[in-house]
Design a protein around this ligand. Structure first.
Ligand SMILES: [Zn+2]
Length: 68
């Protein structure tokens, strides 16, 4: 299986949409835990990296590296 590539600031799609109906999340913190923020309602959640990689479906928008 191909490794998922993601970076700070990327917009990602998860396997489950947020209850608000949006399925776009922005990566706002990268570490042992990853914090993602719902683009629709600004709700943010922190999840362990391993769990994030299981739940993340794909990267929708790659952040411009110059913005980081
Ligand atoms: Zn939401």
């Amino acid at each position: 299986m191909q490794a998922k590539v993601y970076n700070l600031g990327d917009i990602v799609e998860m396997k489950k949409a947020h209850p608000c109906g949006t399925n776009e999340w922005k990566i706002i913190r990268l570490g042992a835990d990853i914090r993602i923020k719902c683009v629709g309602c600004q709700h943010s959640v922190m999840i362990p990296r391993r769990e994030f990689e299981k739940k993340m479906k794909k990267v929708l928008v790659q952040a411009n590296p110059e913005d980081n």
